[in-house]
Design a protein around this ligand. Structure first.
Ligand SMILES: [Zn+2]
Ligand SMILES: [Zn+2]
Length: 355
């Protein structure tokens, strides 16, 4: 499936690629749609992740179909044909300053991989080297594909660096917000979720939120949300998981004195948000931001999924064949689906054995 421009998807029939030196060919068992896909589909590309026309989809799990000859000077491949794998959608260079500091998501030449909505995915050598993870035994491919969004959330939580049981507000109860809710609640934090959509708030309660607040899409809700904090003066951590400037503002205004705001959702380029300098300064609010994931959080996400978490049963709203990616994105835009499993021809339906 190719994205050809804004709201233009094309299903193209192309020969199955032959893996070259150091490359790997993976047969896709399941891919999942993501909020980023909706954003990229509407805008017709992404400044960093995807140029059009180009292959589309970035969350997947599959089976190694073939390996190219080993690249010169490279160690022997870690995988063999038939291995079940999950391929992360980015690969760092491994040698720049940021990579050496363990901040691979900031790699100066971070490369992105798209093409999960397909029968086969050709994995370039850089990805085959460091971005292919073994799929834990027994983990359904559709669930394993959630490693990508969950890895982003775990990266965000590492950045937030909560040291003790905390009171946390999460703005946004889409897939990312709900993953934040479940992981935070499972770690013993008191979570208040805020979203305009009552169905999504119910999902947040099901995943461990202590309280939910229905807020308007236009923001200006920080006062109401802050009042739901057990201490009444705001939150140790406020997480923004919507990508809207109004929620950035509310998140900044929801941290209690000495608290932290984690700004997670990417807004469109050129967006700016005003700051309440008085509050930021006199209440010592720490402002943090998190982008994407790192190999370590990707591996941690797979381990967490293999351990069994509840979110997949909530987030995977349905299943559609490859030809229906557009319908899947439309159902997400209508808020009828959180995420849809895309099953390529020949792959087994995942319905019934998701966990
Ligand atoms: Zn994603
Ligand atoms: Zn690098």
């Amino acid at each position: 499936m190719y994205l050809a421009g804004p709201e233009r998807l094309e299903l193209r029939r192309v020969p199955v690629p032959e893996p070259g030196a150091g490359e790997m060919l993976v047969r896709v068992d399941a891919a999942t749609t993501c909020g980023t896909d909706v954003k990229v589909y509407r805008r017709g590309g992404h400044p960093r992740m995807l140029c059009v026309p180009g292959p589309f989809g970035h969350e997947m799990a599959g089976t190694v179909a073939a390996l190219g000859p080993p690249a010169a000077g490279e160690p022997l491949p870690r995988f063999a044909a038939g291995d079940r794998v999950v391929v992360a959608n980015s690969a760092a260079c491994g040698i720049c300053e940021w990579c050496r500091r363990g901040r691979e998501n900031l790699c100066a030449t971070l490369a992105y991989l798209n093409g999960a909505f397909a029968e086969y995915l050709l994995v370039p050598a850089r990805f085959a080297r460091a971005s292919v993870h073994r799929c834990p035994a027994g983990l359904a491919p559709a669930v394993a594909a959630l490693a990508e969004p969950l890895a982003c959330v775990l990266h965000g939580l590492e950045i937030a660096a909560l040291e003790r049981p905390a009171e946390v507000a999460v703005y946004g109860a889409g897939p990312i917000g709900l993953l934040f809710v479940e992981v935070l609640a499972s770690r013993g934090h008191h979570v208040v979720a805020a979203d305009p959509n009552p169905g999504r708030l119910d999902a947040a309660l099901g995943l461990g939120a202590a309280t939910v607040v229905q807020v308007s899409r236009d923001g200006g809700e920080a006062e109401r949300v802050r009042q739901r904090a057990p201490t009444g003066d705001g939150f140790d951590l406020a997480v923004e998981a919507t990508g809207s400037p109004a929620a950035w503002w509310d998140t900044l205004a929801s941290a209690r004195p000495g608290g932290t705001a984690l700004l997670f959702g990417g807004c469109p380029p050129g967006t700016s948000v005003p700051l309440d300098t008085h509050r930021l300064h006199y209440s010592e609010i720490t402002v943090k931001s998190a982008y994407h994931h790192r190999p370590a959080t990707f591996a941690a996400a797979l381990a967490l999924l293999a351990g069994g978490i509840a979110a997949p049963a909530v987030l995977l709203s349905g299943e559609r064949p490859l030809a229906e990616v557009e319908a899947a994105l439309c159902s997400m835009m209508r808020k009828e689906a959180f995420k849809v499993v895309i099953v390529p021809p020949g792959a087994e339906s995942t319905a019934g054995h998701r966990r």
